[in-house]
Structures are given as C-alpha cells and as structure tokens.
Design a protein around this ligand. Structure first.
Ligand SMILES: Cc1ncc(COP(=O)(O)O)c(C=O)c1O
Length: 404
C-alpha cells in the first residue's frame, strides 16, 4: 500500500467505507492520471464539474493571473472586484431573461440555503415545496429538502414547513398554494438517475407559481454550463425561474456558486435589516476569474452545440443485453442495468480498466456518465467499448455461475 493511500485512510475523513481511492497525480483534458501515471478516461467530470475537462489552459491562466494580482480583499458585495463584475455582466447577457443580478457563494448547497432565505423573506411565507428524490446539498436546510426519511432521520430535526411533491406529477401541483414561499426543483432530476421533465412539467410549475405568488427556484447546479446541450436547461425547457442556482461547472474546477435573480428580488437581502446573507469567501476573485474564463470559452466555442450529437453517439453505442435503458439529457446520462446486483462490480471494473463512472444517490440500478463536454467521438467509442467488454465479462461470469 502506498504511503499516501495509508495516510489517506488514516487521516482523511471519508464518506463511505469503500472509497474509490484513485490516487491522483495530475489531470489534463479528458484524463486523470494515477500515481503510476496511468490515464483514466473521465466519464464523470467530478460529478458534472469539469465541463472543459481538467486544467483547461485558459482557466489555468486566469487563475494564475488573478492569484498574482489580488486574492481575498473583502466580498459581501462591498468591494468592486473585476472578475465578479465581468462574470455577472456576461452571465446576464447569456441568460437574457431578466435574471440580471448574481449573488456569489462558494458551493451549490450555499446557493440553495441563500435562495430559501431569500424566498422566505421576500414573500413573508414559510412553506417550502421540494420534489421527492431530489438532492440539493448536504447542509441542514438542503438536507431538509430531501424526501428519504431513512437518511434524514439521523440529522433531524431539519428546517420546518418543508413539503414534497413528485417530479413530473401534475396532480401534485395543487399543493402549491398562496401559503407557499417557494418551490425548489431541478430541471432534470440528477441524483434520481437522470429524469427529464415530461409534458411541459416545468412550464406548469411556473404557471402554478404565478397563480399563487410563489417563487420558483430552479436548481441548475448540475445541469448548468452546457451539460444538457444548452448553456442552461431553462433554455432547453422554455422556463424562467425567479431564482436560478448555479455551481459545479461554473468554476471550471474551482469552487464557486451563485444565485441569480432580478435586481429587485436580490435587494431583499440588502435592507430591513441589511446583510441578509453574507459569506467571507463567496465570490473569491481567483474562483470567479476561473468562472469567467470558463464562461468565455463556453460562449466562444461550439462545445455546447456538439452535446446533442455526442449524446446520440453514446446512445447508439450503449446497446447490450445487460443494459435495460439509457436515460439522458445531453451529456448527463444514466445507464440502467437489468441486474442491479452487478452495479458496483461494473463501476469498480470500469475504474480498474481506466474509465471513471459513478453511482447515483437515489438509483441503485444505474450508473452515471457525465463526461467533460470536450470529449471527442473517439474517446466516446473507446470508453464505451471498455464498458461493453466489462458487461460482456460480468454477464458471462453470471451465466457460468448459474450453469454450474
Ligand atoms: C442538483 C444539485 N444541487 C445541489 C448540489 C449541492 O452542491 P454542492 O455539493 O456544491 O454543495 C448538488 C451536488 O451534487 C446537486 O447535484
């Protein structure tokens, strides 16, 4: 056992008793290299983070330049820092839908927390509605939005007045009333195993929110920055929320998150009393310089335009008797296996053979494929070929065990 592996197990907090344990030495483009300098094809993007792959030269240059110019001064929306201003201006132009004010935080869950506070203060209402089998983060309010009591009971009590509806279930929309402060939902349910909206569901949520004066919060923390084939899924599904949440892909590999709303709504935090939400490091100039470089690359290249074609190539190739179905929205994909018992062997074998995939939180039959958008058709073919070979060998082993 390498000394780093031993020290990792001894001193670094782990989230499961079976960590992937990939020992990273460096990463570049589509590949993460291990301690033996073996390349691993990244089919996961660190859970939808590395849209431009690893260490994109323009992101690295922006980080280096900003780190040498200034790092922390003061944030809280008080000092004027050029990366924050430039990113907010460019993002407003890209969105072009009235969501023109960006409040910076450090992560997805912080964006969620701030948005819930903003909704309660702006509406004077308490009730929050979230979707069953959604994941919005791991801090206590975000966990309170989670519907699986088996998990949340260990951390109870969560925040009060959270109720749940089922995603894509129109009948449940009747639960949104004039007592509801906000509805928070993902445009495509990610951790539930990639469940896209059906029958204009998001537009129907929007309409119900309009009728009841409820704020609609769209969590694009996983879908944003090109993942679904549009810069944001709200463009794909034709809806404008009151509050948009972004993180993950935003920072190009650096930690960054934000909530985006119109100026009036965002000003709710600024008075009565002031400092409604504050964060020491939110919008750190080095992270937002990386975010700005990422956004500039995404708007000036055709990576996002290529997503639909690449999605189609994956879908064409991912055909195997062991695969039950492939669900996708752009380059966020779930491969559902006929036999859920082989899921962890498949994911583990992929890693051993140099393809990094991942589990979902709430779907124990499917594995995740969400590669950087820069992936080439050859890399798609290469990675899928390895996956299909693994499925062949696992199916063959199962069959021979059955016959024995
Ligand atoms: C849809 C969604 N919302 C929120 C979060 C929380 O983001 P973070 O881990 O940056 O707090 C995640 C993280 O996986 C997510 O997928």
């Amino acid at each position: 056992m390498s000394s780093y592996r031993r020290l990792f197990l001894q001193h670094v907090g782990q989230t499961s008793l079976q960590p992937f344990g990939l020992e990273v030495s460096r990463a570049k483009g589509m590949y993460i290299f291990d301690h033996n300098n073996q390349p691993h094809l990244d089919f996961d993007s660190g859970i939808s983070v590395s849209a431009l792959g690893h260490c994109h030269p323009e992101v690295v240059a922006a980080v280096q330049h900003q780190a040498a110019t200034y790092m922390h001064t003061m944030v809280y929306g008080e000092h004027i820092q050029s990366p924050q201003v430039a990113f907010a201006k460019l993002l407003s132009e890209v969105l072009d839908n009235g969501l023109d004010t960006v409040f910076y935080v450090n992560s997805g869950t912080e964006a969620v927390e701030a948005a819930l506070k903003l909704a309660r203060k702006a509406t004077g209402r308490r009730e929050i509605i979230a979707c069953r089998r959604a994941y919005h983060g791991s801090t206590i309010a975000s966990e309170s939005l989670r519907s699986d009591f088996e998990f949340t009971r260990h951390y109870a009590p969560g925040i009060p007045e959270v109720n749940h509806i089922s995603f894509n279930d129109e009948a449940d929309l009747g639960q949104i009333t004039s007592r509801t402060a906000c509805v928070i939902l993902e445009p495509v349910q990610a951790e539930n195993g990639i469940i896209p909206p059906e029958n204009d569901y998001l537009k129907k949520v929007r309409q119900k929110c309009d009728e009841t004066g409820t704020l609609m919060i769209l969590d694009e923390i996983q879908t944003g920055f090109g993942r679904t084939g549009f810069m944001f899924a709200l463009q794909k599904y034709g809806v404008i929320p009151d509050i948009l949440l972004i993180a993950k892909g935003m920072g190009g590999g650096m930690p960054a998150g934000a909530l985006v709303a119109n100026k009036d709504l965002m000003l709710t935090f600024a008075s009565n009393p002031a400092l409604g939400h504050i964060t020491t490091f939110g919008g750190h100039p080095v992270c937002i310089a990386a975010a700005l470089a990422t956004l500039k690359v995404l708007v000036s290249t055709d990576y996002i335009d290529q997503v639909a074609q690449k999605e189609q190539l994956f879908r064409t190739l991912l055909v195997h008797p062991a695969i039950q179905e492939v669900r996708s929205s752009g380059l966020m994909m779930a491969v559902a296996l006929k036999d859920a018992n082989v899921l962890s062997s498949v994911i583990q074998s992929c890693m051993e053979k140099g393809v990094l995939t991942d589990y979902f939180l709430f779907n124990d039959r499917s594995f995740r494929i969400a590669p950087p958008l820069i992936i080439t058709p050859d890399q798609i073919r290469k990675g899928v070929h390895i996956i299909l070979e693994i499925l062949d060998s696992i199916t063959a082993t199962k069959n021979s065990t059955h016959e024995a």
